[in-house]
Design a protein around this ligand. Sequence first.
Ligand SMILES: Cc1cc2nc3c(=O)[nH]c(=O)nc-3n(C[C@H](O)[C@H](O)[C@H](O)COP(=O)(O)O)c2cc1C
Length: 145
Amino acid sequence: MAKLFIYFSNSGNGELVAEKLKEKEYDIVKVVPKKNLPKSFPSLILKGGFLAGIKNKMKIQDLNVDFSSYDEIVIGSPIWNGGITPPINTVLAMPELKEKKLSFILYAGGGQAPKSIKRLNKEFPGAEIVVLREPKKNPEELEKI
Ligand SMILES: Cc1cc2nc3c(=O)[nH]c(=O)nc-3n(C[C@H](O)[C@H](O)[C@H](O)COP(=O)(O)O)c2cc1C
């Protein structure tokens, strides 16, 4: 069983998820936007929050991954403004993923993501979704995966 964790992380919570899944024999691919995100937190909240709110698909660096070689793919995203992050929206639109067995790990300050769960349930019926509350501050949340 070849397993892949493909994820985005801006402030390190996703890295903890990646470390945990690496221990479980997942290959790890980090999604990197082509353009840098704002460095200051207020600008990031404004720009990132806005873009996530409109389900923006941000241009990303080449992934160099052959999705067809994986039996299971887990996608990781922070929650921004209730939504999935723009670099992961780009991944979600990739036709190669349509036929794959997908699941999702979302990480959020409040540990809840109802809007995104609703969206993912609609777009990827049957996919398992786990939401973690800020694993950097709450490492015990990693036990959910
Ligand atoms: C632009 C922005 C918007 C955010 N919006 C939300 C939100 O709507 N709900 C929430 O619970 N957390 C929100 N957060 C917090 C992040 O989801 C949380 O810190 C997450 O763990 C970050 O993951 P990372 O460290 O891998 O980037 C937001 C953070 C940023 C930067």
